[in-house]
Design a protein around this ligand. Sequence first.
Ligand code: FES
Length: 154
Amino acid sequence: MKEEHVDRIIDSYRGDSTAIVAILHELNTVFRYLPREALERVSDELSIPLSHLYSAATFYRSFDLEPCGEHEIQVCLGTACHVRGGGLILDALSRRLGIKPGETSADGQFTLKRVNCLGACALGPLVSIDRVHHGHLSIHQAERLLEAYKDEGD
Ligand code: FES
């Protein structure tokens, strides 16, 4: 665990037990998920019940309780993206990676997620990889994009 990062986050929120979402956001940014040990330390040091941290972590879908792959793929299935074929793109990427939404590929390279709106509906269907938006994608383009990220790792 990156102890010094957790210490810094704890120090910056000491005395402010209402900043749960901000704390979780910082932890998720540092670790790319929320390790149980980090949540336990925050709970102990800031006197925030662990159950409060977990209930916020599960309420907001942007937090991860399991480690993410090297690349995070978010496929938008909000209404605007869904009607333009977002579901077909999700199916195609899921098939290519051999994993379901919410899972990480066996080699640890990719985590595939289904999200409800990325806030750029005019670009639909939209896929975000490592927070970079790729809009107006066809299935073929999405598959090629995935291959480009795979090649990058070779
Ligand atoms: S519905 Fe996909 S970005 Fe809004």
